[in-house]
Design a protein around this ligand. Structure first.
Ligand SMILES: Nc1ncnc2c1ncn2[C@@H]1O[C@H](COP(=O)(O)OP(=O)(O)OP(=O)(O)O)[C@@H](O)[C@H]1O
Length: 326
């Protein structure tokens, strides 16, 4: 199955209704610019299981892409493949025209399972610096003027210079999130891969994080892949949605992808999409897929444990089973 661009699904499954979202009216940047990400007939298998099957797509410079899909749909695996950490069994992945490879300085990555902030007395500046050399926790590096300049630039980009001297222990979840983002920006990457940056944040900090990433995307022309379990916090920010399910990928505007026919195909069962008060609800029967069994149990107190149900039938059942413990 080939998915060149657009939804990757057949025309009969497309809906053209407009609902006034930015994504619904925005022309994809990929049409005009050199692709930052290209997947050409990519198949990825893990432990004998097909996570992506013959997926082709193209993402242009400066696009903000929301990556969605049920637990186990392959969001993390896709990001790891872009980083060269997972090798496709078929097809090819190119980043800025070159084959995906490990240690690509053009990519900033915020993994889903964040490093535990064990040394909570660490100052903000040292925590950001430790991304340059995780083993040294920034201590020795912190004395280098070059590193200090890099760290200060990254802190400035996320509006967190005032956190430089404060210990992590004194910071809120949202403030620590800014530092994690600052880590990703060291080296001034052109592509940011953010794996579920909203987990563990309350709605206010979720929106602040989305807005901050949006600002970075616009001001510095950074391409962003932002995975999430809920579409709504991203709705007015994203250019296109990349929705994964059952090995397939649908890439397009919100209106092209978030509709009953496309999502029913990705979930393998009937899905209805409801729009209410500027929000979108993805429903399986009477259940709201984005909220049911997807609980946040308070903000993180430093460590970021993420308890997943990665049952092997996850791609084939529509309900999310997602519990975060912190
Ligand atoms: N190292 C691995 N070895 C074997 N299977 C794996 C490995 N990593 C992930 N998987 C499986 O690959 C599939 C895709 O997992 P992935 O973590 O990419 O999904 P996801 O969309 O990020 O899920 P979630 O929303 O729960 O984070 C799942 O079925 C998962 O169990």
């Amino acid at each position: 199955m080939s998915h060149p661009t657009g939804t990757g699904l057949d025309d009969a499954t497309r809906e053209g209704a407009r609902h006034g979202t930015r994504a619904g009216t925005h022309a994809p940047a990929s049409a005009a610019t050199r692709p930052v990400i290209e997947l050409d007939h990519v198949t990825i298998e893990l432990a004998g299981r097909t996570v992506l099957e013959d997926v082709s797509l193209s993402i242009g410079a400066g696009e903000f892409i929301g990556v969605l899909g049920a637990n186990g749909a392959g969001k993390t695996t896709l990001m790891r493949a872009l980083l060269g950490l997972v090798e496709p069994v078929g097809g090819s992945i190119r980043i800025l025209g070159k084959p995906a490879s490990r240690g690509n300085p053009a990519i900033g990555y915020m993994p889903q399972i964040r490093a535990t902030l064990a040394e909570r007395r660490l100052r903000g500046r040292d925590f950001v610096a430790c991304a340059l050399d995780g083993h040294r926790w920034g201590m020795a590096l912190g004395r280098s003027a070059r590193v200090r300049r890099q760290v200060d630039a990254a802190l400035a980009r996320v509006g967190a210079l005032e956190l430089a001297e404060r210990p992590l222990i004194s910071m809120s979840g949202g403030e620590r999130q800014r530092l994690l983002l600052a880590q990703c920006l060291l080296g001034e990457p052109g592509l940011l891969l953010l794996d579920e940056p909203l987990i563990s944040l309350d709605p206010h900090h979720q929106q602040a994080t989305v807005d901050l990433v949006h600002t970075l995307q616009r001001e510095f022309g950074i391409t962003v892949l932002f995975s999430a379990h809920e579409l709504n916090p991203l709705l007015h920010t994203l250019d296109r949605v990349l929705y994964l399910g059952r090995g397939q990928a649908a890439l397009g505007t919100v209106d092209e992808v978030i509709n009953g026919p496309v999502l029913s195909k990705l979930y393998g069962s009937r899905i209805d999409v409801m729009r209410l008060g500027g929000r979108i609800f993805v429903m399986s029967g009477a259940s709201d897929l984005e909220h049911d069994e997807h609980r946040h149990e308070g903000d993180c107190g430093g460590a970021h444990a993420h308890d997943h149900d990665h049952a092997h039938d996850a791609l084939h059942r529509p309900a999310h089973h997602h519990v975060h413990r912190h």
